[in-house]
Design a protein around this ligand. Sequence first.
Ligand SMILES: O=C(O)CCC(=O)C(=O)O
Ligand SMILES: [Fe+2]
Length: 376
Amino acid sequence: MVKEFAKEAMAQVQRDLQPNISVPRLGSLGYNVKDLFDSGINHVPEKFVQTATAQEAFIPHNVTSKGLQIPVIDLGGLQDESRRGATLAAIESACQEWGFFQIINYGIPPSLAENTHKLAREFFDLPQEEKEALARDPQNPVSNGYGRQFLTSTNSTEDWQDLFFHHLLPLSIKQKDSWPSKPAAYRETMEEYGAEVLKLTDRLLDVFDELLGLKTGYLRESFGDTMLNVRLNFYAACPEPKRVLGLRAHSDPNVISVLIQDQVGGLQVKKGNQWVNVTPIPGALVVNLGDSIQIASNGRFQSVEHRVVTNQGAARLSLAMFRHPSVDVDIGPAPELVDASHPALYPTISYAAYRASFHRKGVNGKHLLPYAISRP
Ligand SMILES: O=C(O)CCC(=O)C(=O)O
Ligand SMILES: [Fe+2]
């Protein structure tokens, strides 16, 4: 299967090649978007080409949508009595209206986030053989390692993205030996950054408790022992950005995701029927809520569909860290948020089952919640 795929991609690449451009190294994975772009192709192989309808919904990575902007929140305001109320209100509105916000003054040294991103970016510049020495098991959707195509759906079109995925918590699945060993500082820096993200998300969950009228610690406790993992998303520049997606539309299944993006841009969030670019802000982190929070909050907070578009000029690397519930817990609406006038909008189901459906049934370019819950 993989071999046939590789042969087909190779044939397409050869058709696309300009005279005098050498054939990219395709490796045992079949191919990767970095080498495809570096080979100088003018057209993307068919496997990546979106349907005509999907192509009509393309919005370039660098336009600002009229009047629409993901909220930017100064978390420093939570420590300042005079600004606390306004900061809480801004977080509440972002969680209700967008499911996404950017944060500044978030209590992690921006240099640590920047350095973690830089080391992750350097990994993708290693020779292909070195990256593939850490290849993930393509049959196991949650295995650590380098690879392609994390999200699946009935649409078999491929995303214009190479990736590295690995766990940080729980320790039983961390497998630090499978993390990038080059650049040399990667593992230690990622651990340090991961510990900070854990603290940051603890703080945000406590704020969400307060906003939802839940007792402090409710969300953290109800989600059990945290599972924390990271995906390094490498989007090569692309000769035909209008015809592909860097990452298909999806919502995250987990509790909360914290993203370091660079200054290239390409992340888009769905607001009503419109795709809105998340304009990069130096030093800011992007936070988005996952389906587990939408479920726990009984729909008061939103987990919103997002996608990534590519561009012709520059490669982009994003580092997405995902805080999940434990696979041992059930997720469901908080009992305090369910009453006669607010019936439970979602059944209580095991997170293991919910997450498995994310990987098994795929995302199909639409919000996972109704999909997963209508077919538990
Ligand atoms: O690359 C991005 O900006 C978004 C990545 C993302 O949505 C994800 O990894 O789930
Ligand atoms: Fe995502």
